[in-house]
Design a protein around this ligand. Structure first.
Ligand code: SIN
Length: 501
C-alpha cells in the first residue's frame, strides 16, 4: 500500500515559492482565519516582509482539535498498522529530503539562521522523521508471568489520542519533527502551533506531509500571534490528551499548571543555564572547538547552548586567548551567503535581552574581551559575538540564560568549586566539560545536575539520544526510543479463566 513515491508524487516536487504557504491547515483544508485576520512574517536581517499567514482564533484552534479528534477516530488512520504508519513517515522523510534546499531557504529567510545551519537543521530535523518511522514498528507490549494459574497478564501500548505541539522559532523544523514524528509513530493525531516568528517552515513541512499521503486531519497547523489563549485552550480541552512544548521555563510552568486540571500528559523542554567546564587536564584546542560549536550554533539561540564557562586557573589565559582569536574570525551577516556563520537575533525582544545582559555585566565590573555592542551597520538585530570575563555571580549573564552570542567566563580553582558553581542553578538541561582525566570524567559526568552531558564534545543532539532536562528545565524526553513514551498509554489486560487443560 505505501511503497515508493509514485510518479504523481515525484512530479509534485515543489519549488521554493510553491512551498511557501499563506494559509493554515485544518482537516486537510488550507484555510484563512475565521475573522480573516493575518500577521506578517519578516526577515530578521532587514525587517522586510517575506509572507503573511492567518492569525487563527481560539475557535479556529478548536476546529483543529475537532479535526484531529475525528481523524484519530477515523478508519483511515485507526485501521493503519504500525508498518503503514512507518511507511507514511518514510514517504514524508523522502519528500523533506527532496525539498531540503527549499526548506532551508525558507528557514533562513524567516529565522536569519545561516544557510549552512539551516541545511544542517533540515538534515537533523528529518532524522527524527526517519528515526520515528523505524520506531513505529517497535512499540512493543509485554506478556508478564502471572501469579495466578489460568490467567495471563498482557500489557499493551496505545496512542493517547490528540496531542497539541507548541514549537519554538529557534529550530523551526526539528522541534516539529521531534514531536510530530513520535506522535504519529505512536498513532496519535496532532495540532501544531508553530512560533509566530517562523510559521512558514512549519507550513512547508505540513504541505509535504499532505503530499506524502498522511490522511487529512492527522496533522493540523494553527498559525497565530496570540499564543496564550490557544495554549489555554489546549490545556482545557478534554479532547487534547497530551501537550508537548519547547520554549521558555515561564510559559512551560504556566502550561504545566493549566494542564493539571485535565491530568494531561505533558512534555516540557524548557530553558537551560548550561555550564561548560574546562579543566586543567583538558585539550585546550578541543575545548575551544567545543565552545565555538556549543555557543555559536544559531547565534547562541539554542536551549543547550553553553551559558556559563568555568575555566580552571592553569589553562585560563590560554583558553581565553584562543577563544578570542576564533570569535574575532567569525563571519557575520545575511545568512543567505554560504560563508556567513552568525546571523541576526530573531527579534527586538531578544536583542534587548542580550544587550541588556551585557550592559548589566559591564556595570558589575566584568571585562569585555571582544564584542559587547550591536552592529547597526549590518541591521538592527545584529549583535557582535562577545566574550566577557570575570562575570560575577550576581550578573544576569550568570544567573539566566542569555540565548545569544555571548561567552561568559569565570575562573575556578578546583573540581569541587567548578561542580558547586555549575550546579548552583534551578535549571538542568545540558552541561559540558573538557578533561582528559578518566577518573574526573566519570566523577563529573555523574555529579552534574543536568539531563544531558557533553564530555569533550560541544554538540550533543541526535535523533538516537534522549533529549531533555532535570530541575526546572523540563519533564519528559524527546528523540530516542523514550521519545514515544509521552504519546502512549500503557494498558493492562487481565485474561482470566483460561482453560489450559
Ligand atoms: C533547542 O534549543 O530547543 C533544541 C536544540 C537541539 O535540539 O539541539
Amino acid at each position: 500500500m505505501f511503497g515508493r513515491l509514485n510518479s504523481v508524487q515525484i512530479s509534485r516536487i515543489r519549488n521554493f515559492s510553491a512551498l511557501v504557504q499563506s494559509k493554515a491547515l485544518v482537516n486537510g483544508n488550507w484555510i484563512d482565519s475565521s475573522n480573516n485576520d493575518t500577521f506578517d512574517v519578516t526577515n530578521p536581517v532587514n525587517g522586510k516582509k517575506i509572507g503573511s499567514v492567518p492569525n487563527m482564533t481560539v475557535q479556529d484552534a478548536q476546529n483543529a482539535i475537532n479535526a484531529a479528534k475525528q481523524a484519530y477516530e477515523s478508519k483511515e488512520w485507526r485501521s493503519l498498522t504500525a508498518k503503514d504508519r512507518s511507511n507514511l513517515l518514510k514517504k514524508w522523510h523522502k519528500l523533506i529530503e527532496q525539498h531540503s534546499q527549499q526548506i532551508a531557504e525558507i528557514m533562513t529567510a524567516e529565522s536569519g539562521k545561516p544557510i549552512n545551519e539551516s541545511k544542517g537543521e533540515v538534515l537533523y530535523g528529518n532524522s527524527f522523521v526517519e528515526w520515528f518511522a523505524e520506531e513505529a514498528r517497535r512499540i512493543y507490549g509485554e506478556i508478564v508471568p502471572s501469579p495466578v494459574a489460568n490467567r495471563e497478564i498482557i500489557v499493551m501500548k496505545q496512542p493517547i489520542g490528540v496531542a497539541a505541539l507548541i514549537t519554538p522559532w529557534n529550530f523551526p523544523l526539528a522541534m516539529i519533527t521531534r514531536k510530530a514524528g513520535a506522535a504519529l509513530a505512536a498513532g496519535c493525531t496532532v495540532v501544531i502551533k508553530p512560533a509566530e516568528d517562523t510559521p512558514l517552515t512549519a507550513l512547508a513541512v505540513a504541505k509535504l506531509a499532505e503530499d506524502a499521503g498522511i490522511p487529512k486531519g492527522v496533522i493540523n497547523v494553527v498559525t497565530t500571534n496570540k499564543a496564550a489563549p490557544i495554549g489555554d485552550l489546549f490545556c482545557k480541552s478534554p479532547d487534547v490528551r497530551g501537550i508537548s512544548f519547547t520554549g521558555s521555563t515561564q510559559v512551560g510552568k504556566l502550561l504545566f499548571r493549566n494542564a493539571a486540571d485535565g491530568i494531561k500528559r505533558v512534555c516540557l523542554e524548557l530553558g537551560g543555564n548550561a555550564p561548560f567546564i574546562v579543566f586543567d587536564s583538558a585539550n585546550v584546542e578541543k575545548a575551544v572547538d567545543g565552545a565555538m560549536s556549543s555557543k555559536f550554533r544559531n547565534c547562541g539561540q539554542t536551549c543547550v547552548s553553553a551559558n556559563r564557562f568555568f575555566v580552571q586557573a592553569g589553562i585560563y589565559d590560554k583558553f581565553v586567548a584562543l577563544l578570542k582569536q576564533r570569535v574575532e574570525a567569525l563571519k557575520i551577516g545575511d545568512g543567505q551567503s554560504s560563508d556567513i556563520q552568525i546571523g541576526p537575533l530573531i527579534n527586538k525582544m531578544q536583542y534587548d535581552k542580550v544587550s541588556g545582559f551585557v550592559e548589566d555585566a559591564r556595570s558589575k565590573k566584568a571585562q569585555i574581551v571582544v564584542g559587547g555592542t550591536g552592529l547597526p551597520e549590518l541591521g538592527a538585530l545584529f549583535y557582535a559575538p562577545t566574550v566577557v570575563t570575570d562575570v560575577p555571580p550576581t550578573a544576569q549573564l550568570y544567573t539566566e540564560e542569555v540565548f545569544g552570542p555571548v561567552v561568559s567566563i569565570i575562573k575556578f580553582k578546583d573540581e569541587a568549586e567548578a561542580l558547586q558553581k555549575a550546579n548552583d542553578t534551578n535549571r538542568g538541561l545540558a552541561g559540558y566539560f573538557f578533561s582528559e582525566n578518566l577518573q574526573q570524567v566519570f566523577r563529573v559526568a555523574k555529579r552534574l545536575e543536568v539531563g544531558m552531558v557533553g564530555v569533550n564534545e560541544g554538540l550533543i543532539s541526535a535523533a538516537e539520544a534522549p533529549f531533555g532536562g532535570v530541575k526546572e528545565s523540563g519533564v519528559g524526553r524527546e528523540g530516542s526510543h523514550h521519545g514515544i513514551d509521552d504519546y502512549v498509554d500503557i494498558k493492562y489486560i487481565c485474561m482470566g479463566n483460561l482453560k489450559y487443560d
